[in-house]
Structures are given as structure tokens and as C-alpha cells.
Design a protein around this ligand. Structure first.
Ligand code: SF4
Length: 346
């Protein structure tokens, strides 16, 4: 199917297109200039030139799962594993708070060592020390009761990418012990409990089709998340997908812009994976409609060990250097970092 510029206007006005039109837009770079400009106009209508920062604390690289694409998967024996203690995590928060961060993102593999009790203890301590901050968890699939307990302890946001909304595609990326149905159940449970929820997907993961990407957009419409994180699939040599090709940078930018038009209110990060695949990736992600950056607050000693994919950037800088560098990059792109808690503007 052929589309024209009028479909971009329609997408802006209606926040939607028919499946074949969406697919045609995903498949062509003909309208990228107009698409990115329109997405930027929409982000400026909703968020001005503000870019929110989230302090990312990657507190464990241990995981009980074995996703075929992931560098910290259980069966990767070539990786030194680490776990941060409660005190180390609190120290990251202390440093981050001093640098202006008002959101902390605790991210890790699905690591049973951190029982619900331990997670609640850590979350509770952060909540007590920083009542004015948002606490985001990104620790995978859990029973509803666990999510409720973390929420009651003070966590208020949760990131869980669905990665692909198509059952057939999901099966090609994950072992039989995992299920897309459960992941979706988790996302809807989190919403019901009252979390601000983030989801998202990889762009260009092995065997992904345009129809899969359209299905991802349709799933997000059903979920209506507050945050949507996407990044190009990037390969890792210690996974079964070591010989697969990386996802496309340009297609990822196009998907960021399409997401901004479909979800004008959303918090959309310009991800580290975008910055890894192209030196100007994060700047270009912002110009295509993204409005969040997530610098690393993890201790420098463990950064290189949280390697989901190859050549990950920003693994050597101290947090303070990291934020200075990002500030310059964000300003160069034409925006401004703000140090508020950065809630969604529905
Ligand atoms: S993608 Fe997440 S759940 Fe899967 S192996 Fe990696 S850290 Fe574990």
C-alpha cells in the first residue's frame, strides 16, 4: 500500500491509522523528515523543551531466565555476576539526589536472591530517605501479591517491556518456561494496583516482521502505559543469537516518532541502546519525539558487568561526569534537562 503525507497528519490528529497504513509508514523512510518534525511538535505541545532524567541503578546482573537475546541470561557462564547491597543502593541514591535526580530506577535481572522482603526493605528505606522522589522498579515478572507489597512499601512506577506482543514471535525469542500471557498479566496487574507503568519492545529483534510491530502498537493501545521504552535489538556474543544482525537505527527512530503521535502524553526515553548503535543516537531520539534520558547511577566498578548487549556506552564515567555529558548533549539537541520528579502529563 502507498501512503502520503496526509496519513502523518491523520496519525497526529486521530492518534491512529489503519493496520495497512501503519505498516506502510513503518516500512518507508520517505516521510522521516516530516514524521520526526511532527512528532517533535507534539512533544513540545505536551512537554515543551523539558527532558526528564531518571537515575538508573542496575543492582543485580543475576537472572533466573534465559531469554535468547540477553547478555545476562542464566546460561551465560562468561559473565562475572554481582549484587549490590542495600547500603550500596542507598549510596547510589544519595549521590544521585545530590546531582538533582528525583527518580530512581532500580533495575535488575529476575534474581530470587532479592526476596519480596528484601526488595520491600530497600524500597522502604529509599522512600523514607527521599519522600519527594519517585521509585521505579524494573525487576521482571512477579506474582500480583509481590507487586502489591512493593507498592505498599513505597514504589510507584514499574517498567516491564513486553518485548513482542505476538505469541509466535515471542516463542522464537524466549524458552518454553516463559510466557507472553504471564507478562501481559503482570502489566495489567501493575496498572490495577496503581503503578505508573512502562512497557515497550525491541526494534529489529530476530524474525520480527512489520506485522509484529503493528501488533506491538495495538497492544500498547490496550495497555495505555505511561512510559514506553524501545531500543534497537543489539546482539551479544554470549547468547544463542550471537550471529544475528542488530536492529536498524533508522527504524527505531521512526518507531519513536510513531509512538509520540499515537501516545502524545507518554514518557518516552531516548535509550542507551540508541546511543550505542549511533554516536548521536540519543540526540536524534530526542528530536524524533523522546523526552526522557536515564543516566547510570550504578557504581562504576559494576557497570561493565550489566551488559545486555555489546559495546554498551557510558560504562566508565562517574555519575557526575555522566550527567554533565548528557546535559550538553540534550542542550545540543535543542532541549533542557529538568530535575523534577517528571510525572506523566495525561
Ligand atoms: S531479558 Fe530480562 S528476564 Fe530475560 S534473561 Fe535478560 S534480564 Fe533475565
Amino acid at each position: 500500500m502507498r501512503i502520503s503525507e496526509s496519513q502523518i497528519l491523520e496519525l497526529k490528529n486521530n492518534r491512529d491509522l489503519k493496520d495497512p497504513e501503519l505498516a506502510a509508514l513503518i516500512d518507508t523512510d520517505e516521510f522521516d523528515g516530516l514524521l520526526f518534525k511532527t512528532a517533535d511538535d507534539v512533544r513540545r505541545e505536551h512537554y515543551g523543551d523539558e527532558v526528564y532524567i531518571r537515575g538508573l541503578i542496575e543492582f543485580t546482573n543475576c537472572c533466573k531466565n534465559n531469554c535468547y537475546y540477553c547478555g545476562i541470561r542464566r546460561d551465560n557462564r562468561n559473565l562475572e555476576r554481582y549484587r549490590l547491597t542495600k547500603d550500596e543502593i542507598l549510596e547510589c541514591c544519595r549521590e544521585g539526589y545530590g546531582l538533582g535526580f528525583r527518580t530512581f530506577v532500580l533495575q535488575g535481572g529476575e534474581d530470587p536472591w532479592y526476596t519480596d522482603e528484601i526488595v520491600c526493605d530497600i524500597v522502604g528505606a529509599i522512600r523514607k530517605a527521599y519522600p519527594d522522589c519517585a521509585i521505579t522498579l524494573s525487576i521482571g515478572e512477579k506474582p500480583r501479591e509481590s507487586y502489591q507489597a512493593f507498592f505498599d512499601a513505597g514504589a510507584n512506577r514499574y517498567l516491564l517491556r513486553h518485548e513482542t506482543a505476538s505469541e509466535e514471535h515471542y516463542r522464537k525469542l524466549h524458552p518454553g518456561s516463559m510466557s507472553l500471557e504471564n507478562r501481559k498479566r503482570c502489566l495489567f496487574d501493575l496498572k490495577e494496583i496503581g503503578y505508573q507503568v512502562g512497557s515497550g519492545f525491541m526494534v529489529g529483534s530476530p524474525w520480527q516482521t512489520t506485522e509484529n510491530l503493528v501488533a506491538d502498537l495495538r497492544f500498547l493501545q490496550k495497555l495505555s502505559p505511561d512510559m514506553i521504552g524501545i531500543g534497537p535489538y543489539l546482539t551479544h556474543e554470549d547468547t544463542p543469537f550471537r550471529d544475528m544482525e542488530n536492529g536498524s537505527f533508522k527504524l527505531t527512530l521512526r518507531m519513536v516518532a510513531i509512538l509520540r503521535l499515537m501516545f502524545p502524553y507518554a514518557l518516552i526515553p531516548s535509550t542507551t541502546a540508541l546511543g550505542t548503535i549511533d554516536p548521536m543516537g540519543r540526540e536524534m531520539g530526542l528530536r524524533a519525539g523522546a523526552n526522557v534520558v536515564m543516566p547510570n547511577l550504578s557504581p562504576v566498578g559494576v557497570r561493565k558487568l550489566y551488559k545486555l548487549y555489546e559495546n554498551k556506552i557510558c560504562t566508565g564515567d562517574e555519575a557526575a561526569q555522566c550527567i554533565e555529558c548528557l546535559k550538553r548533549r540534550v542542550e545540543f539537541a535543542g532541549y533542557r534537562i529538568v530535575t523534577s520528579v517528571g510525572n506523566v502529563k495525561r
